[in-house]
Ligand binder design. Structure first.
Ligand code: SAM
Length: 348
């Protein structure tokens, strides 16, 4: 195993058989070695810096029905909300005051927010906070819509591929198309966004072969960012009684992705912090270098309930910033308040 890990460390690549062998055969010591190599790689490219992104969850309306997700359209128990332009801007104002240089606008696929409205939001944010990056995470759109947002000033786009196994994707996403999601990711890259793909860990029926598909897909796509988090059941979804993903497997995936894509921006996700009080720290020590503190108004945080047990729903933005900073320092890292663009990317 050690030779395979060394090869991954040196060549930033492994083939299908090698990745499968790695996932199936690692002992506890091998995993520790993998994590140490991922950490070394992160230190070489980014040092001990951790980039914060202020997350604004601006709508929990969604027309899709992803079977794992608490804000799926068919969930009648979801308490729906939308933030107004003023509320979004005041969250940015608070983020700006706290030093954040990236705002991530995330939401369900909400038809209320037409392209004109999204363009208006992007332009207002860019106007008021010209030195900040705007990241969108609002799902599948046409090439033309993505282009309009980019031309309005959006810099980055997060669209997890969720799983790179077609059969599993289709089971989890009724009425959605595996090919369309991939088309979206290609369009976003073509337009010039810094793109974030990614997947969940521990989905019902997910196997090591499926993880290998995810890892190979990411290596081929070469996204600037990769979001990986454990699946966590939500009580009002069809997957309510399934078991959650584990910290161990999530951390292994983070470490492998750091080694496959050494320059990638890799969040230690809130979902990882939800399944283990030290989950985010474990992620940071395995190669993750981004955190996404919540800037949404506290009244709506509980309503953006993708999964059960979401942490930090009561913290004011300022409290959240202090808490994250303390945790990062104690784990041996430093919060870096610049925009934190991927080093390989230049805006066209
Ligand atoms: N609608 C946009 C999209 O589809 O990309 C963005 C919002 S979506 C709720 C954000 C991410 O939440 C998804 O990409 C998915 O991986 C994650 N997510 C949803 N339900 C989850 C669950 N039960 N456990 C863990 N992650 C979940």
């Amino acid at each position: 195993m050690k030779e395979l890990i060394d090869k991954l460390y040196k060549q930033n690549n492994l083939n299908r058989e090698e990745l499968l062998k790695l996932l199936e055969g690692m002992s506890k010591e091998d995993v520790d070695y993998l994590i140490s190599k991922a950490h070394e790689t992160r230190m070489k490219h980014y040092g001990n810096k951790v980039y914060p992104r202020g997350l604004i969850e601006f709508t929990n309306y969604c027309k899709n029905n992803c079977v794992y997700c608490g804000i799926r359209g068919l969930n009648k128990n979801a308490d729906r909300y939308r933030l107004s332009l003023e509320e979004i801007l005041s969250a940015c104002e608070e983020g700006n005051r706290l030093g954040y240089k990236t705002f991530v606008l995330q939401g369900g696929e909400d038809t209320f927010f037409t392209d004109d409205k999204i363009v208006e939001i992007i332009k207002e944010i860019k106007n008021r906070f010209p030195d900040t990056a705007v990241t969108l995470s609002i799902g599948e759109k046409s090439y033309e819509s993505y282009k309009r947002y980019y031309d309005a000033g959006a810099d980055r786009y997060l669209l997890r591929h969720e799983t790179a196994t077609k059969e599993l994707y289709e089971k989890l996403h009724p009425g959605m198309s595996f090919e369309n999601r991939r088309r979206c990711l290609r369009d976003l890259k073509d337009i010039g966004y810094q793109v974030g793909a990614g997947f969940m860990v521990g989905l019902p029926g997910q196997s090591n072969e499926d993880y290998v598909n995810d890892l190979l897909f990411l290596k081929e796509l070469e996204p600037e960012m990769v979001g990986i988090g454990p699946f966590i059941p939500q009580k009002d979804t069809p997957l309510a009684n399934e078991s959650r993903g584990t910290v161990e497997t999530t951390v292994i995936m983070l470490a492998i992705v750091r080694l496959l894509l050494p320059e990638v921006l890799l969040p230690a996700t809130t979902a990882l912090g939800t399944i283990d009080p030290l989950g985010r720290e474990k992620g940071l020590k395995a190669g993750a270098n981004v955190v996404m503190p919540n800037l949404s108004p506290t009244e709506v945080r509980k309503k953006y309930a993708l999964y059960d047990g979401k942490i930090c729903t009561g913290d004011e933005a300022a409290e959240c910033r202090m808490c994250i900073e303390g945790r990062i320092k104690r784990a041996g890292f430093v919060l870096e308040m610049s925009r934190g663009d991927n080093k390989l990317w230049r805006r066209r």
